[in-house]
Design a protein around this ligand. Structure first.
Ligand SMILES: Nc1nc2c(c(=O)[nH]1)N[C@H]1C(S)=C(S)[C@@H](COP(=O)(O)O)O[C@H]1N2
Ligand SMILES: [Mo]
Length: 253
């Protein structure tokens, strides 16, 4: 994912920010994701700290009109019921798919007052939001799509965040794990989407439920979300997460 030019840019950024960092971030005790000894990850963390220190948390990404919708490729896992990337087919997903996802339940747990399991109907009973945004993939393509779902903040409100809550971890049916901080989790455009372009979310785009994290690169928008855990500390997913597999935890755009 990281070409030589990007490495050079990031090393410059890291060096520049490392010197500025003492000034800007002095006294800042914000938790940062683990680097596993990588200089690149250190650069990513400085980007994260700089964004969080310098940019207003509530700034919104641009939204588009329906006339601007574009064709939208499906990448990565496109059907968990099929084997892919050395992973066996998910029989659980196959059964859910056959039943039109009527039996889908989303456990929401961790640092919340009211843990529970949400059906799609439950989630659709919360206030919804529709937004047309540009998805930017780290592979270099982008596409504009319309997403309908429940703002994650509404679900977290209903679940009742404990004061210690700082991060939200997502598990996917395809076995990946990822997390975001509370600023992104509570951002008004961060959705758990069940609709795309006016239809039910298609299988290849993450049915029945996917995340939209509009202020980060495409791979943070996890498809096939199967469980949500609110945590006090960063859970980077270990072997199942991005940082251990060479991908940045924070990819703000
Ligand atoms: N669970 C899961 N989520 C995922 C992926 C994946 O392979 N599995 N791919 C990511 C990447 S790299 C991108 S660009 C987008 C692609 O979403 P799309 O298939 O709807 O275009 O999903 C992201 N979320
Ligand atoms: Mo991507």
């Amino acid at each position: 994912m990281t070409g030589p030019r990007l490495i050079a840019r990031r090393q410059l950024l890291a060096a520049g920010l490392a010197s500025a960092g003492g000034l800007i971030l002095g006294g800042c005790s914000r938790p940062v994701p683990p680097t596993y000894g990588s200089l690149l990850r250190l650069g990513d963390n400085l980007t994260y700290l700089a964004h969080r220190a310098l940019l207003p948390g509530e700034s919104l990404v641009k939204e588009y009109s329906r006339a601007e919708l574009s064709s939208f490729p499906a990448v990565g896992t496109t059907d968990p019921a099929q084997p892919a990337y050395g992973r066996p087919p998910s029989e659980t997903y196959r059964a859910l798919q056959r039943g039109g996802f009527a039996d889908f339940r989303l456990p929401v747990e961790g640092r919340i007052a009211r843990p529970g399991r949400w059906s799609l109907a439950d989630l659709k009973g919360l206030p919804s939001r529709t937004q047309i945004t540009r998805h930017v993939c780290e592979e270099g393509w982008s596409a504009i799509g319309e997403w309908t779902g429940v703002p994650l903040s509404r679900l977290l409100d209903a679940a009742g965040l404990e004061p210690a809550a700082r991060f939200v971890t997502f598990h996917s049916i395809d076995g990946t794990v990822d997390s975001i901080d509370l600023l992104d989790a509570l951002h008004p455009q961060t959705l758990l989407a069940y609709g795309m372009n006016g239809q039910n979310l298609p299988i290849q785009h993450g049915a029945p439920l996917r995340l939209r994290v509009e202020r980060q690169v495409g791979y943070k928008s996890m498809k096939y979300v199967s469980r949500i855990v609110v945590t006090e500390h960063i859970d980077d997913g270990g072997d199942l997460g991005n940082p251990k597999n060479g991908w940045a935890w924070y990819v703000g755009i």
